[in-house]
Write a protein that binds this ligand. Structure first.
Ligand code: NAX
Ligand code: ADP
Ligand code: K
Length: 500
């Protein structure tokens, strides 16, 4: 799991590395510059005209170091130094000294034309990094406007200038095409509202102290493949279908049996021992034909879910996909909540029912997993002003329900009752298509049935689901991806994770 540190912690960790390694501060900066350049040189050919826009802090110092290294690689480089209210850091001064007479340097202190950077193919943005403490204004804001006005491909160093790494941002902000960030992603990068600033981002290792990193406490994490591998349990030789639990899915209604089929297939493909599916009469032939591995439990109703059967033999219930919100379904869902005390995986219409019947919320068993997409989440908790506030609301709901809340989307976030947030690192925009959420419900239900605790199930579940879609995209591209593909590639995703 990659820790996501706040800006204060990053400063402390930089300092810890400098003292403990030991390494001089300027050499650590040089390492950061080299890490950036290692990313840059294989991707950008040396004929491109490059403008590097520097502040006078350490982010600007990085910019100057990068300028020197790129010049050595043969790139035509022009350096701009923006002199506003900020003072020069020591490492900035050293790197400034190192390029004196070697490179074209233009100082900007007041007037800035919007067309200033017109001539460049590439702009490297090194105005502000994690040291930004207030919205930019004055000459800085004008320079950022000129950067955003330029046609050039813009690459930000560490953080797009003007973006707060761990708080909501206002004011002028660089809209980068790529952001190359040091050591770990910043919290702001994982929130949808900031994608327009970060563009695609990559993390580059600058060798900050592992001990220091271990000792830094945080509640925010980025899920890595390695971490998922570590919590996955391989199947033992003498395991049998009873080992992997018995799940019940309550899903589907007339016209929405597809959601039920997708969830059912995903539950099976994610490895459950036994699966029973509760369906209305109209779904009987459909489910028996489309998912012969599942047992069918048929409701009295032709079209909807109206009564739970005996729930005692299941380890977990997944409920919601394609369920509808008819009055009898609401009542039947309430009965499930009253009778079943083990974890539920709650999605789609079951979430919408909870939003309108709020008295049901307190019946949700502890350690359940709720999987709203942002609209469903808004129905549950009301509007938010920015995505940081959304994260707070997510944590609050997780704590008050003592359950796991997954808000879905790119970098789906998993909030635990203890206040941790795990951001998913797998998945792709091909998944923005009907039914992929139903697949996730099945995967999560399956993992809880296999006796992963709910936090583990949520972390493995979102990662495995996204990885499966990534494997589909690798083979067939994203545009034609459909939810069934994500189900079909689950075995390959497992294989990749378990290396077996
Ligand atoms: N040893 C280190 O600390 C390392 C730092 N690195 C780089 O250093 C950056 C952080 O550097 P700094 O802490 O010097 O900060 P920045 O270079 O991000 O910002 C410079 C200074 O500007 C001032 N400032 C903040 N908001 C402002 C605003 N709106 N208008 C005008 N001035 C403002 C602050 O005093 C801040 O310290 C990282 O993002 C990274 O790029 C890397 O070189 C790795 C090593
Ligand atoms: N741009 C994206 N990048 C990564 N994952 C995405 C993206 N868009 C959607 N997803 C994933 O696809 C799934 C969509 O779920 P949901 O919105 O419930 O769709 P549906 O209701 O159609 O099944 C979620 O798991 C979400 O994380
Ligand atoms: K920057």
């Amino acid at each position: 799991m990659l820790k996501i540190l706040d800006t204060k912690q990053i400063k402390t960790l930089d300092q810890f590395t400098i003292e403990k390694e030991p390494i001089a501060s300027i050499d650590l900066m040089e390492r950061a510059c080299r890490a950036f350049v290692n990313w840059f040189t294989p991707r950008i050919d040396a004929t491109k005209k490059i403008g590097i826009v520097c502040g006078t802090g350490n982010n600007g110092g990085d910019g100057l170091g990068i300028a020197r290294l790129l010049k050595d690689w043969g790139y035509p480089v022009t350096v701009y130094i923006v002199k506003g209210t900020g003072s020069e850091t020591e490492d900035f001064k050293v790197n400034h000294e190192r390029i004196q007479g070697e490179l074209k340097i233009i100082e900007i202190s007041n007037e800035v034309e919007l067309a200033l950077f017109e001539e460049f193919d590439i702009l490297i943005d090194a105005l502000f990094g994690s040291g930004l403490s207030r919205p930019v204004e004055g000459v800085y804001a004008k320079v950022i406007a000129a950067v955003n006005n330029a046609e050039a491909l813009t690459i930000s160093v560490d953080v797009p200038s003007g973006l707060m790494a761990d708080k909501p941002s206002t004011g002028e902000i660089v809209k980068a095409d790529f952001t190359i960030t040091f050591q770990f992603p910043k919290l702001a990068f994982l929130l949808p509202e900031n994608y327009k600033y970060t563009g695609e981002w990559s993390v580059v290792d600058i060798g900050l102290s592992k001990q220091g990193l271990r000792e830094s406490a945080t509640n925010n994490f980025y899920i890595t493949q390695k971490a998922v591998r570590r919590i996955l349990k391989p199947r033992s030789k003498f395991s049998h279908k009873g080992t992997f639990g018995h799940a019940l899915l309550i899903a589907g209604s007339y016209g929405k049996m597809g959601a039920c089929v997708l969830s059912s297939r995903a539950t099976l493909r994610a490895g459950v021992g036994l699966l029973t599916v509760h369906i209305p009469k109209c779904g009987y032939q459909i489910i028996q034909t489309a998912v012969p591995e599942a047992m069918a439990l048929v409701d009295d109703s032709e079209e909807i879910f109206t009564r739970p059967g005996d729930l005692s033999k299941y380890n977990v219930i997944g409920i919601g996909p394609g369920l509808g919100k008819e009055e009898p379904t609401i009542k039947a869902f309430a009965k499930v909540l009253e009778q079943f005390r083990k974890p539920l995986v709650i999605d789609a219409d079951a979430l919408n029912i909870l939003s309108s019947q709020r008295e049901l919320l307190h019946l949700i068993p502890e350690n359940s997993i709720l999987t709203p997409h942002p609209k469903e989440f808004e129905r549950l908790v009301g509007e938010w002003k920015n995505d940081f506030e959304r994260l707070e609301k997510q944590k609050q709901l997780a704590a008050s329900l003592k359950s796991i809340i997954i808000v879905k989307g790119a970098n789906s976030s998993v909030a635990t009752p203890e206040g941790q947030i795990y951001f998913n690192s797998s998945g792709n925009p091909g998944m923005a298509t009907g039914g992929t959420g139903d697949v996730l419900t099945g995967v999560l239900t399956s993992l809880v049935a296999q006796s992963y605790n709910s936090v583990e199930a949520a972390i493995i579940g979102v990662y495995l689901h996204g990885l499966s879609a990534d494997l589909v995209a690798q083979e067939r591209g994203m545009s034609g991806l459909i939810a069934s593909d994500v189900v079909d590639f689950l075995p390959l995703a497992y294989k990749k994770l378990l290396r077996a």
